[in-house]
Design a protein around this ligand. Sequence first.
Ligand SMILES: CC(C)(COP(=O)(O)OP(=O)(O)OC[C@H]1O[C@@H](n2cnc3c(N)ncnc32)[C@H](O)[C@@H]1OP(=O)(O)O)[C@@H](O)C(=O)NCCC(=O)NCCS
Length: 159
Amino acid sequence: MIAWPPKAAPRIQPIGAERSAECAAIHAASFLHPWQEADFEQLFVGPGTVADGAIEEKEERLAGFIISRIAADEAEILTLAVAPNWRRRGVATQLLAPHLAALAVNRASSIFLEVEAENAAALALYANFGFEKVGERKSYYRAAGAEPKPALVMRRVLL
Ligand SMILES: CC(C)(COP(=O)(O)OP(=O)(O)OC[C@H]1O[C@@H](n2cnc3c(N)ncnc32)[C@H](O)[C@@H]1OP(=O)(O)O)[C@@H](O)C(=O)NCCC(=O)NCCS
């Protein structure tokens, strides 16, 4: 599916704490349990963090981001989100390719992530990148007044 109207593809680059407020805004538009700006600030300065952002060229705004953490030879994708007005334009795909390469350069041999079992968009995206289901956590995502939802644990072997 092609999103319309067309927009110039954002450029992908490593990001740091200076983008915390924008990450928090996109996260809040993407998840039921938003992370605060201070959460992102802490994450960016933590050990083993690798973060990439998609920057739209016109106003230098963040269109999406991905943040992982490496410990020993394993990496975990902690969060990935694209601003609603940028979805279905290939931004997550553009983010993931160089991000996985950066994790490999930083000696991660396998990458894990957790994703809500009903998140069809994310599941299709991760399948495109060779992630496979290796486990399931029942009642992982909890929202007030709603049934707890299971999460899938997915892995991609890099090396
Ligand atoms: C999941 C998410 C990151 C995808 O970002 P995106 O930039 O729209 O993804 P892309 O345009 O690169 O799409 C890549 C592929 O993912 C799949 N996909 C993306 N959105 C989809 C949707 N709404 N429904 C079904 N498949 C979808 C498709 O296979 C798509 O390929 P195609 O466009 O050739 O069909 C975005 O929808 C988002 O931020 N969602 C909320 C946060 C979230 O769920 N994050 C991941 C949790 S771990």
